[in-house]
Ligand binder design. Structure first.
Ligand code: KIV
Length: 285
């Protein structure tokens, strides 16, 4: 019997029952791999800007980018809950714009929930989306769309005051109806307290072991992103090196004439070939 695709209520119900494994994905093959691997949630993150589009941060990612990548991923995802990230300025400007943009991910791109960054200030957006039938995942701590205000990609909630604000924001989002909450780059103690206090699953990234689930970026897990990666990332494979070596071998074989070899070459059947060679047009050519 085919497995039922997970829903936002299923994710909510998992709190306290089992740990949730979340992966990002950005297109058909990455969606297929993450889904086949058994992720509970597949997030089409606005990290698409960094890992797929060559942007320095997520501020340049647009609704058009996110819809395009969500559509491609949705074609692959059969078991996980598919969540689309709301890009910069798609929900901050007004509640009605937030609902209209969030709705596009469900109506046009196949997502079944959206994620937005920010705390209590965005409760009106969360409530309005929910009223419109759109499940919302929150995101607190290091919120990359706030990069200019935060002054860089820095861990958050390190002082007692900042930690208290995070706990308050987590309560506000949970009470507004978010079905889960990403906690990014916050001390493990803060994540543990939020996890114990709110009734929705917390999904950590750089937030220690006490969250209800964990999320990692697809390319980080597989070592598909050259360059520096945050210390909280665990790379489970290095696919960059063998991929580059395989591509270099292809280029060398094309130049050296080793590819295509007989195994990759199609030949005509002998009778068809004889007829073809005997045809007058061949001699004219
Ligand atoms: O955009 C993204 O990939 C994210 C995850 C890191 C949670 O927001």
């Amino acid at each position: 019997m085919p497995k039922k695709q997970l829903t936002a209520p299923d994710i909510l119900a998992a709190k306290g029952q089992r740990k949730l494994a979340v992966l990002t994905a950005y297109d058909y093959p990455t969606g297929l791999l993450a889904d086949e691997a058994g992720a509970d949630i597949i997030l089409v993150g606005d990290s698409v800007g960094n890992v797929c589009l060559g942007l320095p941060d997520t501020l340049g990612v647009t609704m058009a980018d996110m819809l395009h990548h969500t559509r491609a991923t949705a074609r692959a995802v059969k078991s996980a809950l598919l969540v689309a990230d709301m890009p910069f300025l798609s929900y901050q400007t007004s509640v009605s714009e937030a609902v209209a943009n969030a709705g596009r991910f469900l109506q046009e791109a196949g997502a079944r929930a959206v994620k937005l960054e920010g705390g209590a200030a965005f409760v009106p957006q969360v409530r309005a989306m929910l009223a419109a039938g759109i499940p919302v995942m929150g995101h607190l701590g290091l919120t990359p769309q706030q990069l200019a205000v935060l002054g860089g990609f820095k861990a958050q909630g390190k002082t007692a005051r900042a930690a208290k604000k995070l706990v308050e924001d987590a309560h506000a989002l949970a009470e507004a109806g978010c079905f889960s909450l990403v906690l990014e780059a916050v001390p493990a103690e803060v994540a543990a307290r939020i996890t114990a206090e709110v009734e929705i699953p917390t999904i950590g990234i750089g937030a220690g072991p006490h969250c209800d689930g964990q999320v990692l970026v697809f390319h980080d897990v597989l070592g598909l992103c050259p360059g520096l990666r945050p210390s909280f990332v665990k790379q489970y494979a290095d696919l960059w090196t063998p991929a580059r070596e395989a591509l270099a071998a292809y280029c060398a074989e094309v130049r050296g004439g080793a590819f295509p070899a007989e195994a990759q070459t199609r030949r005509m059947a002998p009778d068809e070939l004889a007829e073809f060679l005997a045809s007058p047009e061949y001699g004219d050519a």
